[in-house]
Structure formats: structure tokens, C-alpha cells
Design a protein around this ligand. Sequence first.
Ligand SMILES: NC(=O)c1ccc[n+]([C@@H]2O[C@H](COP(=O)([O-])OP(=O)(O)OC[C@H]3O[C@@H](n4cnc5c(N)ncnc54)[C@H](OP(=O)(O)O)[C@@H]3O)[C@@H](O)[C@H]2O)c1
Length: 321
Amino acid sequence: MMKAVYYREHGPASVLETGELPRPEPGPGQVLVRVAAAAVNPIDRRLRAGELQEYISRTFPVVPGWDFSGDIVELGAEVEGQWQVGDKVMGLAFTWAIQHGTYAEYVPVDATAIAPMPQGVDYFQAAALPLVSLTAWQSLQEYGELCAGQTALIQAGSGGVGSVAISMAKHLGATVYSTCSAANADYVKQRGADVVIDYTRQDYAAVIRDQSPEGVDLVLETLLGDGIAETAIRLAKDNGVVVFMNNEPPEMEEIARRGIKTQFLHHRADGAMLAELGQLYESGALPVPPIEVLPLADAAEAHRRSESTRTRGKLVLAVRE
Ligand SMILES: NC(=O)c1ccc[n+]([C@@H]2O[C@H](COP(=O)([O-])OP(=O)(O)OC[C@H]3O[C@@H](n4cnc5c(N)ncnc54)[C@H](OP(=O)(O)O)[C@@H]3O)[C@@H](O)[C@H]2O)c1
């Protein structure tokens, strides 16, 4: 048996229980990881609330969580070469059929979805890296091909994705606009944003149009709301890129007319890419995002905080005592 946080039915944060569940087995091509820490992502509480059932199936009780750090304790069949019992790893236990998540002492995970923990980064920091780093890098570098001299708008710069996306965009040589409330303005500046826009007081689109009348090369749109998707398209330069984190692109004739490349991008668990990003964190080329650590038993509180949509950086659950 193992200690775990889980839910037996969909509902508010209060459906999360702490208790004992059978220890899962690694399947073929998987490793079993003894989890040290698990990061909290908005998807965890959205799945718990019952969203996205048409895409992601559930087997109850469900242990939430995809992000983790920990140690390999068992190799499943067909895992060869690179991994050994005892390796310290981080990874993304993403699956389209959820049951064995990372808010538990043990998680089975595809060997292709893990990477060595960067040197100089502790378990709590490492757990916060995989999902947001892969999402931001796949959006900015892989899909967006963002490069030196270009401009980018990173919405919600103080959130988990925004915090790492700003430093990645700067690493790639771009000039970065980012939005946040006044309380996070200094923080977003520290992450590297060149222009910080307080969305509670200023019209971010007007500020960008004023400073970059031709638009920006890339928009990373993490927000949902009336007119936000259309504004993102209008803010992109001709032949620019707009990456949506929550929705398909809007139907607008100007997308084709102005040659805008746009899509809803869902992160891909990619251990090789995560290892490369780990090197950038290890060398200091990318700063790790700030974290706040809560005990595993406070998972419901962590979900409520995430639901507020006002957290800065990453929330991390300490799974191992
Ligand atoms: N497609 C994918 O693969 C993928 C992957 C990861 C995340 N996502 C999605 O991307 C979104 C962001 O994820 P996350 O992990 O970064 O979320 P998060 O950490 O919960 O974001 C919280 C931040 O959002 C900021 N914020 C809230 N409302 C804002 C507004 N109107 N304008 C600007 N900033 C605002 C808050 O800053 P203030 O307190 O200063 O307002 C806060 O710092 C979520 O919807 C998530 O589901 C998608």
C-alpha cells in the first residue's frame, strides 16, 4: 500500500481525500518512481471538477497530478539502457486515461517521459519544472520558432507557464511584453519581461499597439474570456504566431489573409526535450521558477489556491516526509 491523495467522484476541492491505496505496478516501457514532490497545475483541479471527460477518461479512485520528482525504484518490462534503479528523475506522468497520478508515494510513468534531475535543483524545484517548461518551450521554440530580435506577448507572466515562458523568450533573444496585476509587476520584471502591463489598470492591447504598431511576432495566450482570443490574433504581426493554451483559434478571416500561424497547443511529455531544458536550468541559462511548498495533506487547499487564479510561480506538494 502507499500514501496518496485521491478522489472517488468529481466535485469541488473537498472531494480530495488522503489515505492508502494499492501501490501501482510499472507497465511495459514504464518505470516506477518513488515520488518526492508533485507540482500542482490548473489541469489537476479541472480534471477533478469533471472537465474534459470527452478527452481524458478516469478510473476511480483517481490520484491527481502529472508533475513529479523522485527516485526510480523499479524498471518495467522493455525499459532498457538509460535508466537504473536509484536514478533521481523528474517528469510528466501525462496520460489520456487518468488513475495513477503523482500526488502519491509511487507513480508509474513512461520511461520516455522522464529526465535526470538537474544538478543544483532540489526535489521541490524539480517537480515544478516539467509541465510548464515543456508547454512553454514547445510553444515558443518548437511551434513558434521564436528567435533573436523578435517580439512576444506572454499573457499572465506571474503564473506557472508565464514565469518560465518569459525567461525562455528572453533566452531566445526576444523582447517580451507581459501582463499581470500590480502586485506581481516587480516579479514579472525580474523574470525578464521588458514591458510589464498591469491588466487591471491598462488596456494591454492598446499598450502593445502603441509600442509595436505592426504587432508582435508571437502571442502566448494563456487566458480565456470574451474577446481575448480575437485580440490575440489582432495583436500578431502579419505572418506571426499565436499559440492558445485553452482553446482552438477563433474563426477570423484575417488569420488566413494575414498568414497567421495559430493553434491550440497541448503539451507533449517528452523526456529528451525535458533533459535538454534541465541542462539549461542546471547551467543557469534559465532561472527556476519560484515555488511554494505545501504538505501533501494540504492538496485541497492547494487546489483552492489554484482556483483563485492568483498564485505566483508554482505550488508544490511535499509527498515524501
Ligand atoms: N495547453 C497546455 O498544454 C497547457 C499547459 C499548461 C497550462 N495551460 C493553461 O494555461 C493557463 C495558465 O496556466 P498556469 O499554470 O500558468 O496558471 P496559473 O499559474 O494558475 O496562473 C496564475 C496567474 O495568472 C495571472 N492572471 C490571472 N488573471 C489574469 C489576467 N486577466 N491577465 C493576466 N494575468 C492573469 C495571475 O496573476 P495576477 O495575480 O497578477 O492577476 C497569476 O499569477 C491555464 O488556463 C492552464 O490551464 C495549458
